[in-house]
Design a protein around this ligand. Structure first.
Ligand code: UTP
Length: 408
């Protein structure tokens, strides 16, 4: 893109200020900035002026979960179906590790966080240990696709190589990068993170399948005959991955997606709740859950919206492929965005100072025809690490790991 073309594009979206330091850059820096301007989707940024309208929802009604007793009654049969599918290579796993982990506040990618006390035990190691249980049970390796972002890709790969993949078979591990999106102030004006670089942030975890495809990995999925992809978050150190019983239940119930859920510990717990929206599976985020929905009861008198998602989903690949062109809703999220101040000095704000623009994996559930919410025991499978202390923290996850017999 030439400077004139860049000026024209920027003028169209009111972003001319990003060229403020253009004259100070060397030719390589100028070229890099122009190509970043060319690649950046600026059409989405104006949406920050009507954030509320984006959040409009359809009619919410309950969606019953498969609860623990039903799972226990069918455990043998589900597990045998799941083991069969894993053994036949039909199941792959996708680790979403492109996030910035700003709440945890560590400089390294979250997967490198050491949760050990008397020994080293990294988040990634916990996940691999859990996967190894299934490798032993099924007698087969399964493919692990790891989504990183441009901000943490090299460090993540180097770490895994140094740690020899914690014993996982490297031939079954594949990394791919997600896309980035510009980050702006509250008026939708793009911040600069360097004089020759727009501030960017990973574009949310909802683009994982498209990014996998763009990286050429869908071909591998096809070649290997993978029919199911178990997508999971990096920060839940207890979760079971490619859990045979969960895989088998989703296959036997013939659903396009299975969603692991936990019984909420309070009506206002900060987890997204599984439901139907206009008759299709969906998830209502905790901040959209009205008092009326919190108080609603099902026919047994239990809370009707009582199951929260833990970001562990099993998607049918053929259903995902139909979505490739479908647009996911945009989420505009307040964040702390490092940026240049008026004097061109880099500042790392202590409080949110603008927006990042994201697509979320939870919105993919609404695009599936059928969903099996599958209950797991929260003390056994839900130990997310979002913060250093308090709720969903390193502290709470350590306590849960110990409760489950993991030495720290
Ligand atoms: P979170 O919503 O917890 O976001 O991500 P985060 O960026 O890790 O943490 P904060 O909000 O800045 O503290 C849930 C999961 O989705 C992944 C994360 O790595 C985590 O596994 N994720 C999130 C991505 O892969 N890409 C993204 O753009 C955002």
């Amino acid at each position: 893109m030439t400077l004139a073309e860049a000026k024209q594009k920027l003028a169209q979206y009111g972003q001319e200020h990003v060229l403020k330091y253009y004259g100070e850059l060397d030719p390589a820096g100028q070229e890099a900035l122009l190509s970043q301007i060319a690649e950046t989707d600026m059409s989405i940024l104006a949406s920050c002026k009507h954030r509320e309208e984006l959040a409009q929802r359809g009619e919410i009604t309950p969606l019953a979960a498969m609860e623990l007793d039903e799972i226990r009654d069918n455990q043998k049969s589900f597990t045998s179906t799941g083991i069969g599918a894993i053994h036949d290579g039909k199941v792959g796993a996708v680790l979403l590790a492109g996030g910035m982990g700003t709440r945890l506040g560590s400089d390294n990618p979250k997967c490198m966080y050491n949760v050990g006390i008397n020994r080293e035990l990294y988040i990634f190691e916990c996940l691999v240990n859990n996967m190894m249980d299934v490798v032993r049970q099924s007698g087969s390796w399964f493919h692990l696709f790891v989504m990183t972002s441009e901000k943490n890709n090299d460090t993540t790969i180097q770490f895994m190589q140094e740690k020899k993949f914690f014993g996982y078979n490297p031939e079954f591990v594949h990394f791919f990068k997600q896309e980035m999106a510009a980050a702006t102030d509250y008026e939708g004006r793009i911040y600069l993170e360097e004089k020759g670089r727009l501030a960017t942030s990973p574009n949310g975890n909802g683009g994982w399948f498209i990014s996998m495809k763009n990286a050429g990995l869908l071909e591998l999925v096809k070649k290997e005959g993978i029919e199911w992809l178990n997508v999971f978050a990096v920060d839940n150190v207890l979760q079971r991955i490619a859990d045979p019983c969960f895989v088998g239940a989703t296959i036997q119930r013939n659903c396009d997606v299975g969603a692991k859920v936990v019984r909420k510990n309070a009506p206002d717990e900060k987890v997204g709740v599984i439901c139907l929206e206009d008759g299709r599976p969906s998830i209502v985020e905790y901040y959209d859950l009205t008092q009326e929905l919190m108080d609603a009861k099902d026919e047994k008198g239990n809370p009707a919206y009582n199951f929260g998602v833990i970001l562990n989903y099993l998607f049918r690949v053929s259903a995902l492929e139909q979505l490739l062109d479908g647009n996911l809703p945009l989420h505009i999220v307040e964040k702390k965005i490092p940026c240049l101040d008026e004097n061109g000095e880099l500042v790392k704000p202590q409080e949110p100072n603008g927006y990042k623009y994201e697509n979320l994996v939870l919105d993919m559930i609404h695009q599936m025809d059928s969903c099996l919410p599958y209950e797991v025991e929260r003390n056994r499978e839900f130990a997310p690490i979002k913060n250093k202390t308090g709720i969903d923290s390193v502290e709470s996850a350590r306590a849960l790991l110990q409760e489950n017999g993991v030495e720290l």
